[in-house]
Write a protein that binds this ligand. Structure first.
Ligand code: F6P
Length: 359
């Protein structure tokens, strides 16, 4: 009987509980034991490690659609790879993780994480030596290279779209604009997709340069005197600090365009998991279980050209680039950002959306 550990790390998103439940189900059918690690690497680093045994009662199927993670993703300020490295405690942290993994007698660990967690798992991969490490990509940012999809993105797009759909109605009542700030860190995928879905008048993302003058001209010439201007949290404006939506709002106000700002914040990370995310979670869970059966290790599940299969973590890591985020030294980011050739940019332009000076 195999012993499989599962943990969720990094920021939460919808779809985590689906993937956990599907892994539990598929593993149980194979006669394997599943051990949930609580609080990600923080729980694993505790002596003894904080774990939970799954049963049909603790993990009921009807809860698999709920946002968040039954396993928790860890407390703010807790020790993890990033903070341990920052405070010079990485060696001690890794030693405890290794000890915990040996104590739990795991054959495999399924790590459900984002770009940062997967990169750090690869960088500190020696702690998983001797067991199989299978990663599953989740993030609302959709910034993970070599996979066309990440768990949680579809629900986040839906949440942000629904939020803007509501704003659109009050915008219309008062003939004014809403500058909505999307999450996504320095990746514009979430803002771009939700912006198109809602029919935004403009979408500003970090990957594409924009001009405030062109934006103002575009808004003035728009067929309506209300609407949504979608702003990614990662954009910046030379000479300005503070929240990007506020910066844009000030510029529009100065130009006499009546507007308000709106911050959906963490509502983008919750919401009942969409069917698309549940199906993706199910496919990735199934792929991870097959990877364990095939004795694979240091791999990540990925969807490419509609096919779900594993790719090596080494390839994932090599496909990214390193940011200069001072808080997370050597954080691996990805080439999954919006590319200037993304057909969605042309489509948005054709639909009258200002998307920056992309061409
Ligand atoms: O990476 C996911 C994400 O939701 C980003 O889009 C956002 O910038 C960040 O996490 C927010 O993090 P926190 O929950 O720590 O405020």
């Amino acid at each position: 009987m195999k012993r499989i550990g599962i943990m969720t790390t990094g920021g939460d998103c919808s779809g985590l509980n689906t993937v956990i439940q599907r892994i539990y189900r598929g593993a149980t059918l194979r006669g394997w034991k599943v051990i949930g690690i609580l609080d990600g690497t923080d729980g694993l680093c505790t002596n003894p490690p904080r774990t939970i045994d799954f049963t049909n009662d603790t993990l009921p199927i009807e809860n698999a659609r709920l946002a968040g993670s039954f396993l928790h993703n860890g407390r703010a300020g807790a020790l993890n790879f990033e903070s341990a490295a920052k405070y010079g405690k990485l060696e001690q942290f890794n030693k405890q993780l290794r000890k915990s993994l040996l104590e739990l007698k795991l054959d495999a660990m399924i790590l459900i994480g984002g770009n940062g967690s997967l990169s750090l798992a690869w960088r500190n991969r020696e702690i998983y030596a001797g067991l199989q490490l299978i990663c599953i990509p989740k993030t609302i940012d959709m910034d993970i290279p070599l996979t066309d999809r990440t768990i949680g993105f579809n629900t986040a797009v839906q949440q942000l779209t629904s939020f803007c759909d509501q704003l659109m109605l009050t915008a219309r009542s008062h003939h004014r604009w809403f500058i909505t700030q999307a999450m996504g860190r320095d990746c514009g995928q979430l803002a771009l997709h939700a912006g198109i879905a809602v029919g935004a008048t403009a979408i500003l993302i970090p990957e594409i340069k924009f001009s405030v003058d062109s934006l103002i001209k575009h808004v003035r010439n728009a067929p309506t005197d209300y609407g949504i201007i979608m702003v990614s949290e990662g954009i910046s404006l030379r000479g300005h600090s503070g929240k990007p939506a506020d910066m844009i709002s000030r510029k529009l106000t100065a130009a006499g365009i009546v507007n308000r700002t709106a911050f959906p914040e963490h509502t983008q990370r919750v919401g009942d998991t969409t069917a698309a995310d549940r199906i993706l979670a199910t496919r990735m869970a199934d792929c991870a279980l097959h990877a364990i059966e095939n004795n694979e290790t240091y791999v990540m599940t990925a969807v490419n050209n509609c096919e779900c299969k594993t790719i090596s973590l080494a390839d994932f890591f090599a496909a990214g680039s390193v940011t200069d985020d001072p808080n997370i030294p050597d954080l691996q980011t990805s080439d999954a950002y919006v590319s200037p050739d993304d057909p969605l940019l042309d489509i948005a332009t054709d639909m009258g959306i200002y998307i920056g000076e992309s061409k």
